[in-house]
Design a protein around this ligand. Structure first.
Ligand SMILES: [Zn+2]
Ligand SMILES: [Zn+2]
Length: 350
């Protein structure tokens, strides 16, 4: 437990110093190693803070959270910044909000850059230069990133797996559902749940809101094919068309948010009702505290009827305390199991 007021770790739910309610997750910080050119996730309380686990050199503070910049986005960034196409191809590029980090050097990008961008010319240029773009250096840096953050990954996995097993122990396995949206968070959640329970047969419900990108629907289809043992159901409103409803009753607004019940929770509830009638079920989903201020007020486990939009459910998020960077770390670690035949040492950038 962590007191945000005193910045101290404690075993109590109430801080022994200031009596404020403590939070479960201990904050992290992201550092940068100039030698290994990799971000390093560290706990604010860890003993070896400020030291690179790969090379033993001192590391400097970078950001509170971070995501990788894939080669396609990197090329777009170069064009937006009037750089030579593929100028940063050998650099380790990351981002956090509107800030990019190129080999650890921060570059802010203003919203005006996007506002005044000539999209037709950009599309043209990207088409022209993408053949010279490559994943070679990107994969080297990602491999270093996975290697440098091994202990963070182990902590995340151990904690999440235990959480899943503890929650699942209270339910029959047939009454456990994975809520799948086709995004990265729900993909990681599904993987964590399947591995923690060693059960590839679990029920997945894909909530297709009808407003999905075509690539999301294609990805959900690919996921289904790659998980042939899973029971994969799609919940979708086939009766109404989102834009027709907008014409009829106006677009969704904060005080009249009809979209979620009509196109998301409604269809999911119908699928759940037809499967389970009134039985209590456990749904694992990929909500995270750091997604937004409103989500930070959620609990990791919700079963009180008023806070759960779909009744008869206990909903639980194994990745509730994970940051963006943790999600990417988990996914990349899976990706590099396939590439481990390469020598990691040869990949280290000096
Ligand atoms: Zn305190
Ligand atoms: Zn290092």
């Amino acid at each position: 437990m962590w007191c945000r007021n005193c910045n101290i770790e404690t075993n109590d739910t109430i801080c022994p110093v200031c009596s404020e309610t403590t939070v479960e997750d201990i904050p992290i910080e992201i550092y940068w190693c100039v030698h290994c050119k990799t971000p390093i996730i560290q706990n604010v309380t860890q003993a070896d803070k400020g030291i690179c686990p790969l090379c033993g050199e001192k590391i400097k503070y970078l950001s509170a959270d971070l995501r990788p910049v894939f080669p396609e986005e990197r090329l777009l960034l170069e064009l937006l910044l009037d750089k030579e196409p593929n100028e940063f191809i050998k650099k380790s590029v990351w981002a956090s909000n509107s800030r990019y980090y190129i080999d650890g050097k921060s570059i802010p990008i203003s919203s005006k850059t996007f506002q005044f961008a000539d999209t037709d010319s950009l599309i043209n240029k990207i088409g022209h230069h993408k053949k010279n773009n490559s994943y070679k250096y990107f994969e080297m840096y990602i491999s270093n990133f996975v290697e440098a953050n091994k202990s963070r990954l182990n902590c995340l996995k151990t904690e999440a797996f235990e959480f899943v097993r503890k929650m699942a122990a209270k339910f029959d396995e047939e009454k456990i559902v994975i809520s799948f949206s086709g995004g990265k968070d729900s993909t990681v959640t599904a993987d964590v749940v399947i591995k923690a329970m060693s059960n590839p047969n679990l029920v997945h419900i894909f909530g297709n809101t009808t407003l999905e990108f075509p690539s999301t629907v294609k990805y959900a289809e690919r996921y289904r094919q790659n998980h042939p043992q899973a029971i994969f159901l799609t919940a979708k409103n086939d009766e109404q068309v989102f834009y027709d409803v907008c014409e009829d009753i106006g677009p969704p607004a904060r005080m009249m948010r009809w979209c979620c019940s009509m196109f998301k929770t409604g269809p999911i509830t119908r699928v759940i009702n037809s499967l389970y009638r009134n039985q209590q079920i456990l749904t694992f989903y990929g909500i995270r505290k750091s997604e937004s201020v409103s989500r930070s007020k959620y609990n990791r486990v919700e079963d009180a009827a008023e806070s759960v939009k779909i009744q008869q459910q206990t909903v639980a998020s194994p990745i509730f305390f994970w940051k963006d960077v943790d999600i990417w770390l988990y996914m990349f670690s899976g990706y590099f199991i396939l590439l481990r035949t390469y020598s990691l040492k040869n990949w280290r950038i000096i």
